[in-house]
Design a protein around this ligand. Structure first.
Ligand code: UD1
Length: 423
């Protein structure tokens, strides 16, 4: 297993290109299952989660070709051979559940293994299932699988009233509704840019959708969808992560492809902390204004609020802020596992339930630490960039799920970072 070794090396400067969004790509890929015609995605990120989704789609009989070094995914679901997503693949990645809606809508039935819990919480899929029930599907949970069956003649349009906002359930329901008979209304829908991206792609395929980006999405079902070519939206989480690098180390970095509208709540918090963010023609330029960062309080919320996927990285910044910051995690119940690792680096953090209180210290010190999930792992790298001495991050396979070329990108702006085989 590999490790990443980071050594605090002062200020950073230069440009970092931001990839296409992992979370958008993971819902755009299953959209191929809705049509017989080819779907081509450009600006795809090169990540292990994308390879897992590729394997899953191929196990159903879809063709998926990674072209141009993986940045183009040419897919076709012309000759699907199966509607069953096996546990062996689904257990590796929760986003696998996103094949359920498209398979059910196009073939009238599907069997998908239930994803288990994960490091950041129980993460049930009940909202996904309720949405399909509202479209007339019958669901049976047997042998660890969801067996879903549409009524004779296919799914029917319906009102789906989500009790709380779920990104994945909104995506699954949106995809299924494109081929349902009649009109479907998704109330209390998620508004994330990845949902807007999915709706735009589905519309290119011939779907009739209104209201994406608001909390009510209306879908008029059509008989069939065609092919399309679609560019994956910028990864706002990768963007926010690299924006934090100069915030933590000092200096100035331009994140190419970045836009404030993808991360407005996050940019407001950076401003309050004393970090300047300027939109340029090519991206977002981020610099530490002066001296030490100020403490700020952060509460994670669905979009357009502060993203839970940037909470760990923001905590790394606030560890060396002047004053005390309170971080409240409102989306996942167990998402402070990076805190004990940051404490090993000299941070002062108290966690009580869903609240972490971070008392800023002058300096972090390098230490051996362990990545526990994707965002936690990158927060430890960020902390290591600002720490005195060497930080050795192990279990970096988590990182490979969501960050392409992390070492190369950080090195190019002056960071001292290397990937080595564990001794
Ligand atoms: C997606 C993102 C993930 C991000 C999360 C929240 C992908 C592949 N992943 O995950 O990176 O952290 O949004 O922005 O896009 N819930 C239920 N029942 C359900 C579904 C969700 O109780 O059926 C709960 C979850 O446990 C969680 C909350 O709802 O507490 C929000 O989860 P959700 O928005 O669904 O997250 P994901 O789509 O899994």
């Amino acid at each position: 297993m590999d490790q990443i070794i980071v050594t605090g090396n002062g200020q950073l400067s230069g440009q970092i290109p931001i990839a296409g969004a992992k979370n958008a790509c993971l819902t755009l890929m299953p959209a191929t299952l809705l049509s017989e015609e080819p779907l081509t995605l450009t600006n795809a990120p090169r990540l292990s989660d994308i390879r897992t989704m590729t394997t899953l789609l191929q196990s159903l009989g879809a063709e998926v070709q990674a072209l141009q070094d993986g940045q183009v995914l040419a897919m076709s679901s012309h000759d699907l051979t199966s509607t069953r997503a096996d546990y062996d693949i689904v257990r590796k990645m929760r986003a696998s559940i996103l094949v359920l809606g498209p398979l059910l809508a196009r073939f009238g039935h599907a069997e998908v293994s239930l994803p288990g819990g994960c490091a950041i919480g129980a993460r049930p899929v009940d909202l996904h299932l309720k949405a399909f029930e509202a479209m007339g599907a019958e669901l049976d949970l047997r042998d660890g699988y969801v067996h879903a069956k549409a009524p004779a003649g296919g799914l029917k349009g319906g009102i789906v009233d989500f009790p709380f906002v779920s990104v994945g359930a909104t995506e699954n329901a949106l995809m299924a509704a494109t081929l349902a008979k009649g009109t479907t209304v998704l109330r209390n829908a998620a508004r994330e840019p990845e949902i807007v991206d999915l709706a735009q792609c589905l519309r290119k395929m011939g779907a009739q959708i209104d209201g994406e980006g608001t909390s009510e999405i209306t879908i008029q079902g059509v008989d069939r969808l065609g092919g399309a070519t679609h560019r994956v939206v910028t990864d706002r989480i990768e963007l926010g992560t690299y924006m934090l690098a100069p915030a933590i180390c000092g200096g100035e970095v331009e994140c190419l492809g970045g836009k404030i509208e993808l991360l407005a709540a996050f940019c407001e918090k950076l401003d309050a902390a004393g970090i300047s963010v300027e939109e340029t023609l090519t991206g977002l330029k981020v610099a530490r204004k002066n001296g030490r960062v100020s403490a700020v309080d952060v509460t994670t919320e669905p979009f357009p609020g502060f993203p839970t996927d940037l909470q760990a990285q923001m905590m790394a910044l606030l560890c060396t802020a002047e004053g005390t910051s309170v971080l409240e995690e409102k989306i996942f119940e167990n998402r402070f596992m990076h805190a004990p690792e940051l404490i090993r680096m000299g941070a002062k953090i108290d966690v009580h339930g869903g609240t972490a209180t971070v008392q800023g210290v002058d300096r972090l010190r390098g230490a051996p630490v362990m990545a526990t999930d994707l965002r936690a792992s990158v927060s430890l790298i960020l902390a290591g960039l600002a720490a005195e001495g060497e930080t050795i991050v192990s279990r970096v396979y988590h990182l490979d799920r969501g960050y392409e070329h992390v070492v190369r990108k950080l090195e190019s702006v002056g960071a001292k970072i290397e990937r080595v085989k564990e001794q």
